[in-house]
Design a protein around this ligand. Structure first.
Ligand code: EPZ
Length: 417
């Protein structure tokens, strides 16, 4: 297992570029299954999750070419409609591949996705929606077998605006007979990016980004090239890295409207934010002020930023209250931050953070992707050396995080053991 070794105490300064979005890339890579041709994608981050997803496409029969920054996916000769357990279990979002396979072949076989370390992450909303679309579902020996004679457009109301379920319904209904309407759809920017890519391929999706999305079935899709949006959670993470160190940084990022709640909270904590075309500047105060956070579906404060924002509040002036409304087990990182001297208590959905004057570097274990990132950020200011182990969790979702932080002046390197 590799580790990050971080020497605390460096103020971050300078400019860094945000990579392509993990959470837009995964459904867009899945969408290439729907086109029995060649799709060229740009700005896909080279991280574990995209590598695994491309591995699965190769297993299904796709031909993948990576030519400097471009990924060419030839989905003409897909022969398999089953995702094997050893690939399914490697990450949670493999379930959206099922929607794409069903969308094209009207059948798919897959196992339950890896329940992540942040909650049970059931897929009941996905399966209920598939049933409404006329897909028969049999569960047998841990596998889910889906089959449909015809996929018929339907009105589907989601009990919760699930991002994955919204994406899966879109992918499964692209070629459906008639119109599918999703009400209480997730409104995340990654869904807008998926719809933009699919519409460029010839799909007919209206309303992405609102809570009502309409998909009119089409006959086929065509070969296109598409550049994936930038990663709003990485943008937020880099800004928080600057903020926790009292730094002064600029991120090359062209969709600040996607991170309004994060920018608002950084300003509430005392940071000065300036937005220019394609750039976001952030000047942090010597000491941040405590702020309260409530995670909500988009456009509310993103749950993926909860642990990262908590990390910068560990040394803020005052007491902060966080309420995690999306996942039921997203405070596992707290016990690791407490080893560094953070004063955090959690009770159910709520975390109370009392700002402390200083934190001490020690050995901490990354619990999950965003929890691990919060430990890196605290390591940037902790006294002495912080070792963050199990960074495979972090490498899943951040492309070259240590290179980006080093570029901003952090003392951090990877220890491969
Ligand atoms: C996506 O996960 C993201 N992952 C998550 O990012 C993100 O935290 C989440 O959306 C919320 O924004 C990807 O896009 C790959 P959900 P997803 O379905 O689709 C419950 C990261 O760190 N639910 O919106 O799995 C679920 O348990 C990751 O980059 C059901 O109950 O999230 C959760 O409590 C973490 N039944 C809530 O809904 C279902 O069938 C939100 O889940 C589906 C979901």
């Amino acid at each position: 297992m590799s580790s990050y070794i971080i020497e605390g105490g460096k103020k971050l300064e300078g400019e860094v570029t945000v990579s392509g979005s993990k959470n837009a890339s995964l459904p867009i890579i899945a969408a290439t299954i729907l086109n029995p041709g060649i799709t060229r994608l740009y700005n896909i981050p080279n991280i574990h999750d995209t590598q695994i997803t491309l591995e699965i496409l190769k297993y299904l029969g796709c031909k993948i070419k990576k030519i400097n920054g471009k990924i060419e996916i030839d989905s003409k000769n897909i022969t398999k409609k089953e995702i094997p357990e050893h690939l399914m279990s490697q990450m949670r979002s493999t379930v959206i591949l099922a929607g794409a396979i069903i969308g094209r072949f009207k059948e798919a076989k897959f196992s339950y996705p890896g329940g992540c370390d942040i909650g049970a992450r059931p897929i009941d909303l996905h399966l209920a929606a598939f049933k409404k679309l006329g897909i028969n579902i049999i569960e047998d020996a841990g596998y889910i077998i889906c089959k449909a004679d015809e996929i018929k457009g339907e009105n589907i109301n989601l009990d919760f605006p699930s991002v994955g379920a919204t994406e899966n319904i879109i992918l499964a209904s692209i070629f459906a007979e008639g119109v599918t309407q999703i009400t209480n759809a997730a409104m995340e920017p990654e869904i807008v990016d998926l719809a933009k890519c699919l519409n460029k391929m010839g799909a007919k999706i209206e309303g992405a980004g609102t809570n009502i999305i309409k998909i009119t079935g089409v006959k086929k899709l065509k070969d296109i090239s598409y550049k994936v949006m930038e990663d709003r959670i990485e943008a937020g993470t880099l800004l928080c890295a600057g903020a926790i160190t009292g730094g002064n940084i600029c991120i090359n990022y062209s969709t600040p409207e996607h991170i309004t709640p994060i920018l608002n909270k950084l300003e509430e904590a005392g940071c000065k934010i300036n937005i220019n075309t394609g750039k976001v500047y952030m000047q942090a105060p010597k000491k941040l002020k405590a702020v309260d956070i409530k995670t909500m579906p988009y456009p509310g404060f993103p749950t993926d930023m909860q642990s990262i924002f908590a990390s910068i509040l560990t040394t803020a002036k005052g007491t902060s209250v966080i309420i995690e409304n999306i996942f039921e087990n997203r405070y596992r990182y707290v016990s690791e931050l407490k080893k560094m001297g953070a004063k955090i208590t959690t009770e159910g959905k709520t975390a109370i953070i009392k700002g402390v004057r200083k934190l001490s570097g020690t050995k901490v274990k990354s619990t999950d992707l965003r929890g691990g990132a919060s430990m890196v950020l605290v390591g940037l200011i902790a006294k002495g050396t912080t070792t963050v182990t199990n960074i495979e969790h972090i490498l899943r979702g951040y492309e070259g995080l240590e290179k980006k932080l080093k570029k901003l002046g952090a003392q951090i390197y990877i220890d491969e053991d």
